[in-house]
Structures are given as C-alpha cells and as structure tokens.
Design a protein around this ligand. Structure first.
Ligand SMILES: Cc1ncc(COP(=O)(O)O)c(C=O)c1O
Length: 449
C-alpha cells in the first residue's frame, strides 16, 4: 500500500507560526479581540487596492453583511450563476431576497453578460458575479452591464483571492467583493471572511452592523483553530500517506463513502440549522491573515504552475477535459471534467494509484429543494461531471506529472470516446438548469440597514 508519494484531495495552506499564533492567542486571552483585526483590514485594503475592508466570521457571514449593507429594496431579485456554492443563494433567500439563476458557460463554469442580461428587470437588485474555481468571470463586462442598468454588483471571490484582471484585483470591480478564509481556500485564516467595499456609505452601514453583531465564541474559535491545524498536519503528503490515505483505501475496499462532506440539499439543511447570522472576525484570524498576505502571491503562482504542468502531462484524451489554462487563474480546486458515468471509476482508479480526489461542493442550484420552481427546466446537473484535483504548491512538478500521466493512462484504457474531449462540449447538453418561471413583482419598500 502506497505510503510515499500519495497526494491528498486538498492541502490546507497555513503559514509557519500558525500553531504558535493559536497557542499564544489562547493563553493570552486574545483569540477574539485584539489589534490584529484592524491591522489585517488595513493590509488587505492595500493588497487589494480597495478603500475599505471589513471582516466577518465566515465568507457566508460576510455575504450576509454585504447584502444587509447595500440598502436594497426588500425582496428584490439577486442573480446568481446556477452552478455555485448553494449556501450563497440560501443566505439571500433566508434574508427575504429572491435568488434568480442564470446559466453558466460549460467550458469555464462562469457566467457573463450573455447569461446574465436576459434575466435583468426592474426587480433585479444585485448581480452576484462569481469567479468559480479560481478562474475569473468576465468581470469588466459584467461591471459595465451592472453600471449601465443601475444594478448593484457583488463579487464572490471565495475561490479567487489574489487573481487580477488587467492588473486589478477581483473583488474591486463592483460595489462589494466577498472573500472566504475557510480551511479549503487558498488563504485560510482558521476560518473568516471579508468584504472589500467601494463606497463610504456602504462601508458605514457595514461598520454599524458589525458593531452590533456578536463575536464568535472563544471556545468555538479555539476548536476551529485546532481542527484546521490538525487538517494542515494530516494533509502534508507524507503524513497523509500514513494516516488518512490508509483509511480511505480501507473505505474504498469496503465500498463505503470516501469521507465526502454534505452537499446540495443536505448542506443547505445543515446550514439552516446552524443559526446563521452575521458574526465578527476574530483577532486570531487577523494574526494568520497578516502572515498569509506576505506569501499569497507566491502560493498562487505555484498553484497556477502546477495546474499547467498537470494539464500538459495529461494531454488531450477522450472523455476528460482540463479547465482552461489561458489568462489569470488560481485553481483553488482544479475542476477536471469527466463523463459522469465514469467519474467515480476514475476517482477509484486514482485512489488506488495514491491520488486522492474530491467530488465538488458546488451544485446546480435551481434543482435544489429550496430553490426549485414548478415550471423550471432541470436538465443534467453539472456537479456529476467534476472531479477536483489538488494543485497546491505543496506538491512538486514531478507529482503533478504523475497525476497527469495516471489520468491519461486511465482515459486511454477506456472504450469509446464520450465526447468530453477538449473543445467538444455542447453547451445545451451540459447545462440546462435555468429557471424559466417569472416570479411576481416585489414591493418597493426599502430594507432597513
Ligand atoms: C463559491 C463559494 N462562495 C462562498 C463560499 C462561502 O465561504 P465560507 O465557507 O467561508 O462561508 C464558498 C465556500 O466554500 C464557496 O465555495
């Protein structure tokens, strides 16, 4: 059984000194309150080139803060890409807004004006532009569209921290940019999230809301910090080979679930039960974030390089498609597109070869229970096509080539080509999940900030 050279599905990217930050903040009683919060905000403002940064307990909590700060008409429509992290539209729905889903481009998993514009109307309050998997969406064009129609623009940069488009950081094109520092992202800070805010008025409202928001509980912060650090340890490739990989192989032999987390409806039910609300960013998260900002660009460059090496080593094979490699990207999750009937076979094959992979947490949202409407078209969902592969620079170029060659070998062993080769995707066949129903008009009353 492989011990050396195994590759985890995700590698937690913590800076050195994180364990000490956790221990000293715990002993010194500064897990929650302390000077690192503001110091991090100022440094992140300079990094992004934005006038204002404000934090929250998680990315989803930051998104709730964003919507509450924008002074939106009550019940207005918010446009989301149909294929996204489903907690985001759920946040909007629980706040009384109406999520409306636009199609995504099947090659990039992102939406642009072509998909967004047909859904705009007098009820549209916000466009949420999402840079899924770390590839930027056509944000300049979306920003022009939003401005020309007088619609607020929020960017979901949970996967794209540090990506620049024409030299400008994502998260600074619209009214508000949202970031996540959760464990699986490229810049984890033992949890946390933040907003980049353009206008002084929106920032003043966000400050007022956050001042009234509860702080995270100290005990919860401590156990989250411990858990993230343990996951960092277990996802060092050598330690992974000795521990989690052995468990995964055992589960594979027994035909059990490969430690996959809740997704889709189950994830949304879990989120609803979690008492979601806006909570504050913690001092420990600021301490880690200050260190992370010094190294994030080098980290992203390493991940970009690894994605390119993997793509090149895999080459063009039938039934498997690499994500596009052109332009700026940081594939926080490298989304390999595979024939859905064979995806799990590839996953099992790779695990036997020492390469753990992940099914995606993203969902085709319009077919999930909370968002489903009577007359919508629910075609083939996209999540079943995706296998996420770790390309973080904790892995060497050699390891990336090994993964690429293993995928290539598997694909060439398969029978008839399935048509998911490079450049052969039929957009209609792949993503047909747009809501077609027209909801009733909403009241024009303003929501109190
Ligand atoms: C695209 C996207 N947006 C937002 C979030 C929410 O971030 P957080 O987990 O910090 O709440 C996630 C989390 O995975 C995500 O994948």
């Amino acid at each position: 059984m492989a011990l050396i050279g195994t590759i985890p599905r995700r590698s937690v990217n913590l800076p050195s000194g994180s364990l000490w930050a956790l221990i000293s903040s715990t002993l010194g009683g500064s897990l929650i309150e302390g000077p690192a919060v503001d110091a991090f905000y100022r440094k992140f403002e300079r990094y992004l080139g934005t006038p204002h940064v404000i934090g929250a307990e998680t990315g989803r909590s930051a998104f709730e803060l964003a919507l509450a700060s924008l002074d939106l008409p009550q019940g207005c429509e918010i446009i989301f890409p149909v294929f996204t992290f489903p907690v985001m539209p759920m946040v909007a729905k629980l706040m009384g807004f109406k999520p409306v889903f636009c199609d995504v481009d099947p090659a990039t998993f992102n939406s642009g004006p072509a998909q967004i514009e047909p859904l705009l109307n007098e009820r549209t309050g916000v466009i949420l532009a999402t840079h899924l998997f770390g590839r930027p969406c056509p944000i300049r064009e979306i920003a022009e569209l939003a401005e020309s129609r007088g619609i607020k623009l929020v960017e979901d940069c949970a996967h794209a921290l540090g990506v620049r488009v024409g030299g400008q950081s994502v998260g600074t094109f619209g009214d508000i940019g949202m970031f996540s520092f959760a464990e699986g992202k490229n810049m984890p800070c033992m949890g946390g999230g933040a907003l980049a805010i353009k206008s002084d008025e929106d920032y003043a409202r966000a400050e007022e809301l956050i001042a009234k928001a509860p702080a995270p509980e100290s005990s919860k912060m401590r156990s989250l910090g411990q858990s993230v650090w343990i996951h960092w340890l277990v996802t060092r490739p050598l330690i992974f080979g000795l521990t989690a990989y052995q468990i995964l192989r055992l589960k594979q032999r027994k035909g059990e679930n490969l430690m996959d987390s809740a997704v889709g409806n189950a994830l949304l039910a879990k989120y609803e039960k979690s008492d979601p609300k806006i909570r504050r960013f913690a001092n420990l998260q600021g301490r880690i974030g200050l260190k992370q900002l010094d190294r994030i660009d080098a980290f992203n460059a390493g991940a970009k390089r690894n994605a390119e090496i993997l793509t090149q080593a895999m080459g063009e094979v039938p039934g498997v498609q690499a994500p596009p490699m052109d332009g700026e990207h940081i594939y926080v999750y490298y989304p390999l597109r595979v024939d859905p009937d064979k995806r799990d076979d590839l996953r099992h094959y790779l695990l036997r070869e020492g390469v753990d992979t992940k099914t995606t947490d993203m969902s085709a949202c319009s077919v999930l229970e909370p968002f489903r409407e009577g007359d919508e078209v629910a075609g083939q969902t996209t999540e079943s096509h995706i296998l996420e592969i770790c390309v973080y620079p904790v892995l060497s170029a050699r390891q990336m080539r090994r993964v690429g060659k293993a995928i290539r070998k598997w694909a060439l062993q398969q029978g008839t080509p399935t048509g998911i080769g490079r450049g052969s995707i039929d957009p209609q066949a792949e993503v047909q999940v747009t809501t077609t129903s027209t909801p009733p008009p909403v009241s024009e009353r303003r929501q109190g900030a």
